[in-house]
Design a protein around this ligand. Structure first.
Ligand code: HEC
Length: 140
């Protein structure tokens, strides 16, 4: 069991590293086309490592994609659910293991984001919930 966890962590770290390198190369031009505050938020989640596990384009990753997630109902492993809103966002970042999104492993570590960073993240998630927000093209 412990060995399996270590494998997951190694896999996640590799994905994070390669994803980060790839993203940096591919997206500098595409980012310029986004509203500046969205581009800033994307750079922030990239710098924090979130983008390695959470895609912006709906593609399945280690964690749930952020595309179209704002306002949706999340079902949890073992029962219960919540609407993806500002309160849920804060809870799932400060205590990710407390409620696991159904179908996903317990792999996210708690992160400390400043109030400003939380607001940037909320803005990004709201943007990614708009149809045709152009992020699919920007983020592959
Ligand atoms: C190692 C991979 C990994 C990294 C890095 C990571 N997460 Fe997660 N995250 C997950 C997984 C897996 C889940 C689903 C399980 C759970 O609910 O904890 C998740 C769940 C979430 C959720 C609830 C999502 C939902 O769709 O309902 C939020 C919000 C979130 N992460 C934000 C972040 C933020 C912000 C960062 C960066 C500061 C981050 N994550 C970094 C793996 C990761």
């Amino acid at each position: 069991m412990r060995q399996k966890n270590i494998l997951w962590i190694v896999a996640a770290a590799t994905v994070a590293l390669l994803g980060g390198l790839w993203w940096r190369q591919q997206n500098s031009a595409a980012l310029a086309a986004l509203p500046p505050e969205v581009a800033q938020a994307m750079a922030m989640v990239q710098a924090k490592g979130c983008a390695a596990c959470h895609s912006h384009d709906g593609a399945a990753g280690i964690g749930p994609s952020w595309r179209g997630s704002w306002g949706k109902v999340r079902e949890f492993t073992g029962g219960g659910s919540a609407v993806f809103d500002a309160a849920y966002l804060r809870e799932s970042i400060s205590a990710p293991a407390a409620q696991l999104v159904q179908g996903f492993p317990n792999l996210m570590l708690p992160v400390g984001l400043s109030e400003d960073e939380l607001q940037q993240l909320e803005l990004l998630l709201r943007y990614l919930a708009e149809p045709n927000s152009g992020v699919a093209a920007a983020d592959g």
